[in-house]
Ligand binder design. Structure first.
Ligand SMILES: Cc1ncc(COP(=O)(O)O)c(C=O)c1O
Length: 398
Protein backbone atom coordinates (compact mmCIF):
# COMPACT_ATOMS: atom_id res chain seq x y z
CA UNK A 1 0.00 0.00 0.00
CA UNK A 2 1.18 3.52 -0.77
CA UNK A 3 -0.03 6.81 0.69
CA UNK A 4 0.49 8.72 -2.57
CA UNK A 5 -3.06 8.29 -3.84
CA UNK A 6 -4.64 7.58 -0.48
CA UNK A 7 -8.40 8.02 -0.31
CA UNK A 8 -9.16 10.03 2.84
CA UNK A 9 -12.93 9.85 2.39
CA UNK A 10 -15.23 12.46 0.86
CA UNK A 11 -14.86 15.20 3.51
CA UNK A 12 -11.06 15.29 3.58
CA UNK A 13 -10.66 14.60 -0.15
CA UNK A 14 -12.75 17.69 -0.84
CA UNK A 15 -10.25 19.79 1.14
CA UNK A 16 -7.44 18.87 -1.25
CA UNK A 17 -9.77 19.20 -4.26
CA UNK A 18 -10.51 22.76 -3.16
CA UNK A 19 -6.82 23.52 -2.69
CA UNK A 20 -6.06 22.12 -6.16
CA UNK A 21 -8.88 24.20 -7.69
CA UNK A 22 -7.57 27.39 -6.06
CA UNK A 23 -4.04 26.65 -7.24
CA UNK A 24 -5.21 26.01 -10.82
CA UNK A 25 -7.19 29.28 -10.81
CA UNK A 26 -4.31 31.25 -9.28
CA UNK A 27 -6.39 31.94 -6.17
CA UNK A 28 -4.38 30.22 -3.44
CA UNK A 29 -3.64 32.70 -0.64
CA UNK A 30 -2.16 30.38 1.99
CA UNK A 31 1.43 29.77 3.14
CA UNK A 32 3.04 32.98 1.83
CA UNK A 33 6.74 32.41 2.48
CA UNK A 34 8.17 35.16 4.66
CA UNK A 35 11.86 35.84 4.22
CA UNK A 36 12.18 38.88 6.49
CA UNK A 37 9.73 40.42 8.95
CA UNK A 38 10.00 44.22 8.83
CA UNK A 39 7.67 45.32 11.61
CA UNK A 40 4.25 45.97 10.09
CA UNK A 41 5.68 44.96 6.72
CA UNK A 42 7.31 41.74 5.59
CA UNK A 43 9.54 40.67 2.73
CA UNK A 44 8.30 37.56 0.96
CA UNK A 45 10.59 34.97 -0.58
CA UNK A 46 9.98 36.48 -4.05
CA UNK A 47 11.35 39.77 -2.64
CA UNK A 48 8.02 41.57 -2.61
CA UNK A 49 7.26 43.71 0.44
CA UNK A 50 3.75 43.35 1.82
CA UNK A 51 1.97 45.22 4.54
CA UNK A 52 0.98 42.80 7.30
CA UNK A 53 -2.58 42.96 8.59
CA UNK A 54 -2.71 39.32 9.59
CA UNK A 55 -0.58 39.51 12.71
CA UNK A 56 -1.71 39.05 16.30
CA UNK A 57 1.28 41.00 17.66
CA UNK A 58 -1.34 43.47 18.86
CA UNK A 59 0.97 45.58 21.05
CA UNK A 60 3.83 45.44 18.54
CA UNK A 61 6.10 43.84 21.13
CA UNK A 62 7.81 41.26 18.90
CA UNK A 63 10.45 43.88 17.98
CA UNK A 64 10.61 45.62 21.35
CA UNK A 65 14.26 45.71 22.48
CA UNK A 66 13.40 44.41 25.95
CA UNK A 67 11.62 41.41 24.40
CA UNK A 68 14.17 40.54 21.71
CA UNK A 69 17.02 41.20 24.18
CA UNK A 70 15.50 38.82 26.74
CA UNK A 71 15.16 36.06 24.13
CA UNK A 72 18.78 36.50 23.00
CA UNK A 73 20.05 36.44 26.60
CA UNK A 74 18.03 33.27 27.27
CA UNK A 75 19.57 31.50 24.27
CA UNK A 76 23.03 32.46 25.53
CA UNK A 77 22.23 31.23 29.04
CA UNK A 78 20.09 28.15 28.37
CA UNK A 79 20.78 27.18 24.74
CA UNK A 80 17.87 26.29 22.49
CA UNK A 81 16.34 23.41 24.38
CA UNK A 82 15.21 22.23 27.77
CA UNK A 83 15.85 18.89 29.41
CA UNK A 84 12.38 17.44 29.41
CA UNK A 85 8.72 17.98 30.11
CA UNK A 86 8.03 20.61 32.76
CA UNK A 87 7.97 18.30 35.82
CA UNK A 88 11.23 16.61 34.87
CA UNK A 89 13.69 19.31 33.75
CA UNK A 90 11.68 21.51 31.41
CA UNK A 91 10.95 24.13 34.06
CA UNK A 92 13.57 26.84 34.40
CA UNK A 93 13.69 29.97 36.56
CA UNK A 94 12.21 31.73 33.54
CA UNK A 95 9.21 29.37 33.52
CA UNK A 96 8.72 29.97 37.23
CA UNK A 97 8.92 33.75 36.79
CA UNK A 98 6.55 33.74 33.81
CA UNK A 99 3.95 31.72 35.74
CA UNK A 100 4.17 34.20 38.55
CA UNK A 101 4.06 37.23 36.19
CA UNK A 102 0.99 35.88 34.39
CA UNK A 103 -0.83 35.17 37.65
CA UNK A 104 -0.13 38.73 38.81
CA UNK A 105 -1.02 40.22 35.42
CA UNK A 106 -4.39 38.43 35.31
CA UNK A 107 -4.96 38.93 39.05
CA UNK A 108 -5.40 35.22 39.81
CA UNK A 109 -3.69 33.14 42.53
CA UNK A 110 -1.66 30.96 40.15
CA UNK A 111 -0.82 30.14 36.54
CA UNK A 112 0.41 27.13 34.56
CA UNK A 113 2.29 27.25 31.25
CA UNK A 114 1.33 25.04 28.33
CA UNK A 115 3.24 24.42 25.10
CA UNK A 116 0.46 26.22 23.16
CA UNK A 117 -2.81 28.03 23.81
CA UNK A 118 -4.57 25.20 22.05
CA UNK A 119 -3.15 22.77 24.61
CA UNK A 120 -4.14 25.11 27.45
CA UNK A 121 -7.79 24.89 26.38
CA UNK A 122 -7.59 21.14 25.93
CA UNK A 123 -5.76 20.64 29.24
CA UNK A 124 -8.16 22.81 31.25
CA UNK A 125 -11.30 21.25 29.77
CA UNK A 126 -10.12 17.66 30.06
CA UNK A 127 -9.19 18.35 33.69
CA UNK A 128 -12.26 20.27 34.83
CA UNK A 129 -14.80 18.24 32.84
CA UNK A 130 -15.44 14.54 32.48
CA UNK A 131 -18.19 12.00 31.89
CA UNK A 132 -21.40 13.13 33.59
CA UNK A 133 -20.53 16.83 33.11
CA UNK A 134 -21.79 19.28 30.51
CA UNK A 135 -19.61 21.81 28.73
CA UNK A 136 -21.64 24.73 27.38
CA UNK A 137 -19.64 26.34 24.60
CA UNK A 138 -20.46 29.35 22.38
CA UNK A 139 -20.81 28.17 18.79
CA UNK A 140 -18.11 30.63 17.63
CA UNK A 141 -15.53 29.58 20.23
CA UNK A 142 -12.05 28.68 19.04
CA UNK A 143 -11.83 25.10 17.73
CA UNK A 144 -9.49 24.06 20.54
CA UNK A 145 -12.34 24.62 23.01
CA UNK A 146 -14.74 22.25 21.27
CA UNK A 147 -11.84 19.82 20.84
CA UNK A 148 -11.13 19.97 24.59
CA UNK A 149 -14.81 19.58 25.39
CA UNK A 150 -15.08 16.48 23.20
CA UNK A 151 -11.87 14.93 24.53
CA UNK A 152 -13.02 15.45 28.12
CA UNK A 153 -15.79 12.86 27.76
CA UNK A 154 -18.35 15.44 28.96
CA UNK A 155 -21.43 16.25 26.89
CA UNK A 156 -20.50 19.20 24.66
CA UNK A 157 -23.47 21.52 24.13
CA UNK A 158 -22.98 24.50 21.89
CA UNK A 159 -25.19 27.55 22.37
CA UNK A 160 -26.00 30.26 19.81
CA UNK A 161 -23.34 32.93 19.59
CA UNK A 162 -23.61 35.42 22.48
CA UNK A 163 -27.22 34.30 23.13
CA UNK A 164 -27.81 34.39 26.90
CA UNK A 165 -31.30 32.89 26.59
CA UNK A 166 -29.94 29.90 24.67
CA UNK A 167 -27.14 29.49 27.23
CA UNK A 168 -29.66 29.58 30.07
CA UNK A 169 -31.85 27.02 28.28
CA UNK A 170 -28.81 24.71 28.18
CA UNK A 171 -28.05 25.29 31.87
CA UNK A 172 -31.66 24.44 32.74
CA UNK A 173 -31.86 21.43 30.41
CA UNK A 174 -28.77 19.91 32.01
CA UNK A 175 -29.53 20.89 35.60
CA UNK A 176 -29.02 17.26 36.62
CA UNK A 177 -25.45 17.09 35.32
CA UNK A 178 -22.66 16.48 37.81
CA UNK A 179 -21.04 19.79 36.86
CA UNK A 180 -21.84 22.44 34.24
CA UNK A 181 -19.02 24.45 32.74
CA UNK A 182 -19.53 27.53 30.59
CA UNK A 183 -16.66 28.37 28.25
CA UNK A 184 -16.35 31.36 25.93
CA UNK A 185 -13.78 33.38 24.04
CA UNK A 186 -13.51 36.80 25.72
CA UNK A 187 -13.04 38.41 22.31
CA UNK A 188 -14.17 36.20 19.46
CA UNK A 189 -11.49 35.67 16.85
CA UNK A 190 -14.04 34.73 14.21
CA UNK A 191 -16.47 37.61 14.83
CA UNK A 192 -14.46 40.36 16.50
CA UNK A 193 -17.08 40.94 19.20
CA UNK A 194 -16.92 40.47 22.98
CA UNK A 195 -18.77 37.80 24.94
CA UNK A 196 -21.51 39.37 27.13
CA UNK A 197 -19.52 38.37 30.18
CA UNK A 198 -21.58 40.21 32.82
CA UNK A 199 -24.71 38.30 31.79
CA UNK A 200 -22.76 35.05 31.46
CA UNK A 201 -21.25 35.46 34.94
CA UNK A 202 -24.75 36.09 36.36
CA UNK A 203 -25.98 32.88 34.73
CA UNK A 204 -22.97 30.97 36.04
CA UNK A 205 -23.73 32.21 39.57
CA UNK A 206 -27.46 31.54 39.32
CA UNK A 207 -26.96 28.00 38.02
CA UNK A 208 -23.86 27.17 40.03
CA UNK A 209 -21.76 26.63 36.90
CA UNK A 210 -18.03 27.15 36.43
CA UNK A 211 -16.88 29.87 34.01
CA UNK A 212 -13.82 29.61 31.76
CA UNK A 213 -12.83 32.55 29.54
CA UNK A 214 -10.27 32.24 26.75
CA UNK A 215 -8.51 35.62 26.62
CA UNK A 216 -6.26 34.67 23.68
CA UNK A 217 -7.08 37.79 21.62
CA UNK A 218 -7.98 40.11 24.49
CA UNK A 219 -5.28 39.36 27.08
CA UNK A 220 -2.78 42.24 27.24
CA UNK A 221 -4.87 44.35 24.88
CA UNK A 222 -8.17 45.34 26.47
CA UNK A 223 -9.29 46.33 29.95
CA UNK A 224 -7.86 49.15 32.11
CA UNK A 225 -4.77 47.05 32.96
CA UNK A 226 -4.85 44.85 29.86
CA UNK A 227 -6.26 41.91 31.79
CA UNK A 228 -8.66 41.14 28.98
CA UNK A 229 -12.36 41.08 28.24
CA UNK A 230 -13.25 39.94 31.77
CA UNK A 231 -11.54 43.00 33.24
CA UNK A 232 -13.05 45.28 30.58
CA UNK A 233 -16.52 44.00 31.41
CA UNK A 234 -15.98 44.05 35.19
CA UNK A 235 -16.17 40.32 35.93
CA UNK A 236 -12.55 39.23 36.33
CA UNK A 237 -13.10 38.03 39.91
CA UNK A 238 -16.05 35.89 38.76
CA UNK A 239 -14.08 33.92 36.17
CA UNK A 240 -12.87 30.56 37.52
CA UNK A 241 -10.19 29.91 34.93
CA UNK A 242 -8.64 32.15 32.29
CA UNK A 243 -6.90 30.50 29.37
CA UNK A 244 -4.72 32.32 26.89
CA UNK A 245 -1.73 32.32 24.65
CA UNK A 246 1.63 34.03 24.44
CA UNK A 247 1.33 33.90 20.63
CA UNK A 248 -0.57 37.16 20.35
CA UNK A 249 -0.07 40.30 22.50
CA UNK A 250 2.78 38.59 24.39
CA UNK A 251 4.80 38.29 21.19
CA UNK A 252 6.05 34.73 21.62
CA UNK A 253 4.51 31.26 21.64
CA UNK A 254 3.03 29.04 24.32
CA UNK A 255 -0.21 28.93 26.25
CA UNK A 256 -1.30 29.41 29.84
CA UNK A 257 -4.09 28.97 32.32
CA UNK A 258 -4.69 31.17 35.38
CA UNK A 259 -6.90 30.25 38.31
CA UNK A 260 -6.81 28.78 41.79
CA UNK A 261 -3.69 27.10 43.19
CA UNK A 262 -5.55 23.79 43.39
CA UNK A 263 -6.68 23.80 39.76
CA UNK A 264 -3.20 24.78 38.58
CA UNK A 265 -1.62 22.02 40.68
CA UNK A 266 -4.08 19.55 39.19
CA UNK A 267 -3.23 20.69 35.64
CA UNK A 268 0.50 20.34 36.32
CA UNK A 269 0.12 16.82 37.67
CA UNK A 270 -2.62 15.33 35.50
CA UNK A 271 -3.33 17.12 32.21
CA UNK A 272 -2.04 15.15 29.25
CA UNK A 273 -1.92 18.35 27.19
CA UNK A 274 0.53 19.66 29.82
CA UNK A 275 2.54 16.54 30.57
CA UNK A 276 2.97 14.99 27.13
CA UNK A 277 4.94 17.81 25.45
CA UNK A 278 8.36 19.16 26.22
CA UNK A 279 8.47 22.42 28.22
CA UNK A 280 8.58 25.65 26.26
CA UNK A 281 12.11 26.53 25.22
CA UNK A 282 13.62 29.20 27.49
CA UNK A 283 13.95 31.87 24.77
CA UNK A 284 10.20 31.84 24.08
CA UNK A 285 9.51 31.99 27.80
CA UNK A 286 11.96 34.87 28.24
CA UNK A 287 10.35 36.80 25.36
CA UNK A 288 6.87 36.30 26.83
CA UNK A 289 8.07 37.26 30.31
CA UNK A 290 9.59 40.49 28.98
CA UNK A 291 6.42 41.15 26.97
CA UNK A 292 4.22 40.74 30.05
CA UNK A 293 6.47 43.22 31.87
CA UNK A 294 6.32 45.73 29.01
CA UNK A 295 2.54 45.23 28.77
CA UNK A 296 2.37 46.10 32.45
CA UNK A 297 4.71 49.10 32.39
CA UNK A 298 4.05 50.64 28.97
CA UNK A 299 0.78 48.89 28.17
CA UNK A 300 -1.54 51.86 28.67
CA UNK A 301 -0.08 53.81 25.77
CA UNK A 302 0.22 50.78 23.49
CA UNK A 303 -3.36 49.68 24.19
CA UNK A 304 -4.67 53.15 23.41
CA UNK A 305 -2.76 53.15 20.12
CA UNK A 306 -4.08 49.72 19.17
CA UNK A 307 -7.65 50.75 20.03
CA UNK A 308 -7.34 54.04 18.07
CA UNK A 309 -5.88 52.24 15.05
CA UNK A 310 -8.58 49.58 15.17
CA UNK A 311 -11.31 52.16 15.47
CA UNK A 312 -9.86 54.08 12.49
CA UNK A 313 -9.78 50.91 10.36
CA UNK A 314 -13.33 49.94 11.32
CA UNK A 315 -14.55 53.47 10.49
CA UNK A 316 -12.77 53.52 7.11
CA UNK A 317 -14.11 50.10 6.16
CA UNK A 318 -17.67 50.94 7.22
CA UNK A 319 -17.51 54.24 5.31
CA UNK A 320 -16.44 52.25 2.23
CA UNK A 321 -19.49 50.02 2.63
CA UNK A 322 -17.51 46.94 3.73
CA UNK A 323 -19.44 44.48 5.91
CA UNK A 324 -17.43 44.10 9.12
CA UNK A 325 -20.38 42.65 11.04
CA UNK A 326 -20.09 42.92 14.81
CA UNK A 327 -16.33 43.74 14.85
CA UNK A 328 -15.80 45.88 17.93
CA UNK A 329 -12.07 45.79 18.65
CA UNK A 330 -8.65 45.14 17.10
CA UNK A 331 -9.77 41.88 15.45
CA UNK A 332 -11.72 43.06 12.43
CA UNK A 333 -13.67 40.62 10.28
CA UNK A 334 -14.64 41.28 6.68
CA UNK A 335 -17.59 39.04 5.90
CA UNK A 336 -17.62 37.54 2.42
CA UNK A 337 -19.52 34.23 2.46
CA UNK A 338 -18.31 31.77 -0.17
CA UNK A 339 -14.91 30.12 0.27
CA UNK A 340 -13.89 30.60 -3.38
CA UNK A 341 -14.65 34.34 -3.26
CA UNK A 342 -12.75 34.64 0.01
CA UNK A 343 -9.69 32.80 -1.37
CA UNK A 344 -9.72 34.94 -4.52
CA UNK A 345 -10.03 38.23 -2.62
CA UNK A 346 -7.28 37.27 -0.14
CA UNK A 347 -5.04 36.30 -3.07
CA UNK A 348 -5.67 39.61 -4.90
CA UNK A 349 -4.92 41.49 -1.68
CA UNK A 350 -1.67 39.59 -1.22
CA UNK A 351 -0.68 40.27 -4.83
CA UNK A 352 -1.47 43.94 -4.23
CA UNK A 353 0.74 44.01 -1.11
CA UNK A 354 -1.61 43.28 1.80
CA UNK A 355 -1.36 40.15 3.90
CA UNK A 356 -4.63 39.32 5.70
CA UNK A 357 -6.00 36.05 7.14
CA UNK A 358 -8.75 34.28 5.23
CA UNK A 359 -10.96 32.16 7.53
CA UNK A 360 -12.77 29.14 6.12
CA UNK A 361 -15.07 26.51 7.69
CA UNK A 362 -14.75 24.81 10.14
CA UNK A 363 -13.16 27.88 11.77
CA UNK A 364 -16.34 29.74 10.75
CA UNK A 365 -19.82 28.44 9.85
CA UNK A 366 -20.41 27.04 6.35
CA UNK A 367 -21.26 29.96 4.05
CA UNK A 368 -19.57 32.38 6.45
CA UNK A 369 -16.02 32.58 5.06
CA UNK A 370 -14.35 35.89 5.84
CA UNK A 371 -11.10 37.79 6.16
CA UNK A 372 -9.59 38.46 9.56
CA UNK A 373 -7.52 41.59 10.00
CA UNK A 374 -5.34 42.08 13.03
CA UNK A 375 -4.67 45.71 13.91
CA UNK A 376 -1.63 46.51 16.05
CA UNK A 377 -0.25 49.52 17.91
CA UNK A 378 2.62 49.60 15.42
CA UNK A 379 0.48 50.31 12.34
CA UNK A 380 0.65 53.86 11.01
CA UNK A 381 -2.41 55.86 9.95
CA UNK A 382 -1.25 55.74 6.30
CA UNK A 383 -1.01 51.95 6.40
CA UNK A 384 -4.52 51.77 7.81
CA UNK A 385 -5.93 54.07 5.13
CA UNK A 386 -4.14 52.09 2.40
CA UNK A 387 -5.37 48.75 3.77
CA UNK A 388 -8.99 49.95 4.02
CA UNK A 389 -8.84 51.24 0.45
CA UNK A 390 -7.24 48.02 -0.84
CA UNK A 391 -9.83 45.84 0.90
CA UNK A 392 -12.75 47.89 -0.39
CA UNK A 393 -11.28 47.80 -3.92
CA UNK A 394 -10.66 44.03 -3.78
CA UNK A 395 -14.29 43.48 -2.72
CA UNK A 396 -15.59 45.74 -5.49
CA UNK A 397 -13.49 43.91 -8.11
CA UNK A 398 -14.54 40.46 -6.86
C1 LIG B 1 -9.33 32.11 20.84
C2 LIG B 1 -8.07 31.31 20.67
N1 LIG B 1 -7.72 30.44 21.64
C3 LIG B 1 -6.60 29.70 21.53
C4 LIG B 1 -5.77 29.80 20.44
C5 LIG B 1 -4.56 28.93 20.36
O1 LIG B 1 -3.41 29.61 20.69
P1 LIG B 1 -1.97 29.03 20.28
O2 LIG B 1 -1.62 29.71 18.99
O3 LIG B 1 -1.07 29.43 21.38
O4 LIG B 1 -2.12 27.55 20.14
C6 LIG B 1 -6.10 30.69 19.40
C7 LIG B 1 -5.29 30.84 18.19
O5 LIG B 1 -4.25 30.94 17.92
C8 LIG B 1 -7.28 31.46 19.52
O6 LIG B 1 -7.62 32.31 18.56
Amino acid sequence: MTTTDMDFGPALNSVLDTVDRWREQGNYPLFPVISEPLGTRARLSDDRIVSVFGSCDYLGLSRHPAVTGAAIDAVRRFGTHCYGTQPVGGFTELHRDLESALATFFDKPAAALFPTGMQANIGVLTTLAGPGDVVLSDQLNHGSISMGGRLSGARLVSFRHNDLADLEAGLVAYAGARRRIIVVDGLFSADGDFAPLAGIADLADRHDALLIVDEAHSGGVVGPHGRGAAELLGVLDRVDVITGTMSKAFASTGGFACGSERVMRMLRHSAGAYLLSLGLVPATVAAALAAVRVATEEGGLLRTRTADNASALRDRLRQAGVNIGASAAHVVLVHIGRIDDTARIATRLLEGGHLVNPLFPPAVPIGGARLRIGVTSAHGKDEIDEAAEAIARALDDA
